[in-house]
Design a protein around this ligand. Sequence first.
Ligand SMILES: Nc1nc2c(c(=O)[nH]1)N[C@H]1C(S)=C(S)[C@@H](COP(=O)(O)OP(=O)(O)OC[C@H]3O[C@@H](n4cnc5c(=O)[nH]c(N)nc54)[C@H](O)[C@@H]3O)O[C@H]1N2
Ligand SMILES: Nc1nc2c(c(=O)[nH]1)N[C@H]1C(S)=C(S)[C@@H](COP(=O)(O)OP(=O)(O)OC[C@H]3O[C@@H](n4cnc5c(=O)[nH]c(N)nc54)[C@H](O)[C@@H]3O)O[C@H]1N2
Ligand code: SF4
Ligand SMILES: [Mo]
Length: 737
Amino acid sequence: MASRTEVKKAGCHFCHNNCGLLVHVQDGKVVKVEGNRDHPISSGYICARGTKAPKWLYHPEQLKYPLKRAGKRGEGKWERISWDQALDEIASKLAQLKEDYGAETLMVTEGTYRSDHFWARTRFLNLFGNPQNITCPGIICSMNCYTINLALIGSVNIISDLFNTKCAVLWGGNHVETFLTRWRILRGRIRNKDVKTIVIDPIKTKTAKHADMCLQLRPGTDAALALGWINVIIEENLYDKDFVDKWTHGFNELRERVKAYTPRKVAEITGLTKEEIVESARLYATTKPACIDRGVATDQIGLNATRVEQARVILKAITGNMDVPGGNPVTGPAFKMNGGSFVCDSELELAEKCPPEQRQKQIGADRYKLMTFPGWEILDKYFKKHYGVSHPQHHPLLVSMPLAIRAIIDEKPYPIKAMISWASNPMMWAANTKLVHEALTHPNLELHVVLEYWMTPTAQLADYVLPSASWLERPLCTTFEDWSDLAWAGERSVEPLGERRDDYLFWKELGLRLGQKGYWPWETLEEVAEYRISRLGISYEEFIDRGGLLPEPEFRKYEKTGFSTPTGKVELYSTIFERLGYDPLPYYEEPPESPVRTPELLEQYPLVLTTGIKFMPMFHSEHRQLGIGHREKHPDPLVHIHPETARNHGIKDGDWVYIETARGRIKQKANLTEDIRPDVVASEASWWFPEKQAEAPSLFGALESNSNILTIDDPDLCDPLVGSWCNRGLLCKIYKE
Ligand SMILES: Nc1nc2c(c(=O)[nH]1)N[C@H]1C(S)=C(S)[C@@H](COP(=O)(O)OP(=O)(O)OC[C@H]3O[C@@H](n4cnc5c(=O)[nH]c(N)nc54)[C@H](O)[C@@H]3O)O[C@H]1N2
Ligand SMILES: Nc1nc2c(c(=O)[nH]1)N[C@H]1C(S)=C(S)[C@@H](COP(=O)(O)OP(=O)(O)OC[C@H]3O[C@@H](n4cnc5c(=O)[nH]c(N)nc54)[C@H](O)[C@@H]3O)O[C@H]1N2
Ligand code: SF4
Ligand SMILES: [Mo]
C-alpha cells in the first residue's frame, strides 16, 4: 500500500508563543515539523523545541496508559487500569470527600498556560460547588501583574507594540532565551538602529548585550527603580500633561508619594548610579512612542511584587504611552468579526453555578484579597459594564500555593483532602519543595490525581497518573484565556498515542460522573472550537486555514469609552486597593531577606541569590529526557557566578557547587561569567533528572538541584495583595562540593 502523507496546520503549545507549525504526518505518524510561513503571527518561525517535536512525541518514556498506585506513595509500583476504572474510582472518592468535607476540599494545581481549556476546569469546579480552589505558578508569573492591570485600568496593558516602538524597556526579561517571537521582532529593528532598548536585569544577558542601556540592579529592588523613574519624570516635567489631566486619577497624591524616591535614594537601594537612573528615565520618557515589555522577574520578588507592576502601569500612563501605536496597547476580551464575537472563556465557565456561600470559602480570600473573590467581585463589576461579558474567573482567582500546601498539612482553614495536578509539576515549580513534598506524601491528602505526559517527581507521588494528549494530538482554539482580542487555531495532527486523552475530556468525563449531565454538550475539542467561532460567520476549516484571526489594530479606545475602573480613568491612586484595605499608591519594600532588611543573616549568607534563570531549549521542567536532543545540549543545572566571587570561594568554572540558603542547599555546576554582578548568584530552576532513580527518596533527583529548596514561601512574606512568594532576591552562600 502506498504511504500517505498529509500536512497539518497545527498550533504549537510547547511554549506560550503558540507558533503556527506545519506537521508532516506519514501513515498516521509525525515525521517532520516546520514553521508555517502563512501563519499571520509567527510567519514561519520555529524554534529547536518545535523542530524536535517528533523525537519528543515518540520518546519511549511518554505515558500512554492510565496508572493506579499499587504500592506506597513514591514506591514506584503501578498497575495499568482502564480510563473507565480510573474515572469511576476518582469520581466516587471525590463524591465521598465532598460529602464528608464539602466541595471546597478539592484543590487543583495546574501549569502555566499549558493548554487552552482552563475554562473547562473552572466549569467543572463551579458545577462541583468548589470555590475555585486553584493554585498555580500564575501567582508568580504574569497573573499577579495582570490582576494589577485590571484594578488600575480595568483591562490588560501587558502586551507591547514592538513593531512600532522607538524605545523598548525590557524589564526583568531575557528575550533571547525566553520570548523568542518577541525577540525576533526586536532583533531586526535593533540591527537597523530603529529602536532604543533599556534592559533591567542584574545580569548583562544575551539580550542586554544588544541594548543601549543595561541597568544591573540588586535583585528585588525594582519597585524602587520604577518609583525613581516616576520621580525624575515628574520633577523634570517629562510627563504627558494632557493625558494625566484627562485620563488619570490621583496624580497629586502620586507626586507626593514619589518625592521620597530621589535618584540618590534609589541609587542607594538598587546599587545603580544616580546618573544611570536619571538617564534611563529620560530616555524612556522622551523617546516616543515607548513601551515596557516585562519579563517574569519582578513577579517573583515576594512582598513588593505587585507594586512594581503598579509603578509600571503608572509609568505607561503618565508618559502617554498607554494604548498608542508603539506603546502598550490595552487589550480586551473577545475577538470580533462580521458583527459577532468569539465565545469567551467566561461564557463557558458557568460562574453562576457555584453557590455564593461556597465562593466565600476560597482559601486566601481573607488575606490576599485582590486575586481572590473579594477583589474579583469588584473587578468583574466594572469589566462587565465595560465589555458586556464577565471576566473569566480562571486567572485572577487563584489560591497562593503556600496556603494550599499548609491547608493540606494543617487542615486550616479546612481540610484539603483531594488534589488534581494537571499540566503541572509542583515538586518543581512551587517554593519550599520540602514542604510541598511533605504535603504530597501526607496521609491527610487522600486523593492525588496527576494528568501528565511523563512520569515526573510529582506524578511519582500520585495515586492515579493519567496520560494526556499533547498539542500534536489535540486541536488549538484560543484567545489566550480571554486576555487578548485575537483568536488562534490549529488542527489535531495525529490521533493520541496509546490511550492518551486531551485534558478537556478528563474534566468532562469526571463531571458527567459527578452529576453534571447536560453541561458538557461537546464531544470533542473540535466541537468546542466550532462552537466558539459560531458567531463569527466563518467555518472551522477556514479558521484552521487562516491559523489566526487578528483584529484591526485600534488605539486610544479610552477616548470613546473611558477606562473600566471606578473613576473611568487610569487609577494612579487605586480606589480598588483602598476599598480592599491596601495602600492605594505604590511603595518600595526591601525583599523578605536582604542585606538591608536582614543584615544579621549576611555573615552566614553574604550573597544575593536569584533563582530560575530560563534558557533554551528547556521549558521549565520539560524536555529533560535524554534522547530528544535538548538535554544533550544542556546536560547540567548551571549557577552563574562572577569570576571574582568564584575566586574568593575557590570555585572554578565547571565545578559542582552547593548553593545554600536558610531553607536548605542544592548543587549546580558553576558557570563563571563577568556579566553578573559580583554580589549576585543566579541559579536555574526546575531541574530533575529523568534518568535517575524514580522511586523515593530519589524521585528522579528532585531534591538535588532544585532551586525551590532555597526559596521563601512564608505566607507573611508573600505579596499582601495576591500572595506571590519570593524566588528572587534571597540571601545565600556558595561553596565547592
Ligand atoms: N526557554 C524558555 N523560555 C521560556 C520559559 C522557559 O522555561 N524556557 N518559560 C516561559 C515562562 S512561563 C516565562 S514566565 C518566561 C520568563 O521569561 P523571562 O522573564 O525572560 O525569564 P527569566 O530567566 O525567568 O528572568 C529574566 C531575567 O530576570 C533577571 N532577574 C533576576 N532577578 C531579577 C530581579 O530581581 N529584577 C530584575 N529586573 N531582573 C531580575 C534574570 O537575570 C533573567 O535574565 O519565559 C517563558 N519562556
Ligand atoms: N525558583 C523558581 N521557581 C519557579 C520559577 C523561577 O523562576 N524560580 N519560575 C516559575 C514560573 S515563571 C513558572 S511559569 C512555573 C512553571 O511551572 P509549570 O508550568 O508547572 O511547569 P513544569 O514544572 O514544567 O510542569 C508542567 C508539567 O506539565 C506537563 N504538561 C505540559 N503540557 C501539558 C498538557 O497540556 N497537559 C498535561 N496534562 N500536562 C502537560 C509537563 O510534562 C510538565 O511536567 O515555575 C515557576 N517556578
Ligand atoms: S516552542 Fe518554539 S515553535 Fe513552539 S510555540 Fe514556542 S517558540 Fe514557537
Ligand atoms: Mo512563567
